[in-house]
Design a binder for this molecule. Structure first.
Ligand code: HEM
Ligand code: HEM
Length: 215
């Protein structure tokens, strides 16, 4: 890694941040493309698809497809985090702006999500009812995926005016992120409405839990 100052002879024009690692700046476009692509894929494609899959059918296959998608997305997310931190260090943007702060919070919070999924699964097997872990897993996951989608927009805003910025990429992300975000909210409303209807008709949490939750 190079020294944090890097203008020729160490002299920088006034107003230029001396903490930027100038010698590593040429690495930014490739890092930004890889970071943006991985994070976009994880938060706008893989994690939302995994959330839809759990509701796609009442078979156990749905649950295992959910687990597989979410775990692949979860692992990829750490690759995106690594490239994000590397870039943020070069650009002196580590935790001094909304994008890197919110991104770190979302990723740190998601570390626990597979554990909540597993706890839901274990408690459901024992009680045949939704427990506090089911509600935590479902709502925690929904909120964090939506925050991750919003944070991608903040990342694109952060990269505006840099060589890594692409207007076409920003438009594509915004359209896809908007559609997927709305679809996730729609799924949420549909699942909660059906659950409440079943609760009223049959009485009790047990009857209201979709079979997919029983894996
Ligand atoms: C990072 C990993 C994971 C994420 C981000 C995640 C996310 C989610 C989300 C958002 C939902 C709710 C979908 C909706 O109706 O809106 C959900 C439901 C569910 N998840 Fe996960 N999940 C993950 C891992 C797991 C794991 C490891 C398991 C099982 C061992 C699991 C089992 C379930 C089950 C059974 C449900 C349905 C619960 C119910 O309807 O009561 N998930 N998950
Ligand atoms: C929810 C998690 C995150 C998502 C969805 C996300 C997504 C993005 C996207 C789409 C871009 C634009 C890339 C481009 O212009 O090609 C970006 C830029 C950036 N991200 Fe993230 N990111 C996340 C978390 C993080 C974290 C945790 C860090 C560092 C701690 C980080 C650091 C950066 C930096 C420094 C840029 C600006 C690069 C530049 O100026 O060209 N990101 N991010």
């Amino acid at each position: 890694m190079s020294a944090p100052t890097g203008g020729p002879g160490g002299q920088l024009p006034p107003g230029v941040n001396p903490k930027i690692i100038f010698a590593d700046l040429p690495k930014i476009p490739a890092l930004a493309t890889s970071h943006g692509t991985i994070m976009g894929l994880v938060f706008v494609v893989i994690l939302p698809l995994g959330s839809f899959l759990i509701r796609a059918s009442n078979s156990k296959k749905s649950v295992w497809a959910h687990v597989a998608f979410q775990l692949v997305g979860w692992i990829l997310m750490f690759g995106g985090l690594a490239t994000g931190i590397k870039m943020a260090k070069i650009l002196d943007r580590l935790h001094n702006n909304a994008h890197t702060i919110l991104g770190t919070v979302v990723i740190a919070a998601l570390i626990l999500q597979p554990i909540f999924g597993f706890l839901h699964h274990r408690r459901f097997k024992a009680t045949q009812q939704r427990t506090i872990w089911s509600h935590i897993h479902v709502w925690y996951g929904r909120v964090l995926i939506l925050l991750g989608i919003v944070n991608g927009g903040l990342g694109l805003h952060l990269s505006r005016g840099t060589p890594a910025y692409s207007k076409a990429g920003t438009i594509a992300y915004s359209v896809l992120a908007g559609v997927v975000g709305l679809a996730l909210v729609g799924l949420m409303v549909w699942v909660e409405r059906s659950r409440r209807r079943t609760l009223v008709e049959n009485g009790g949490e047990k009857a209201a839990v979709p079979a997919t939750a029983q894996a």
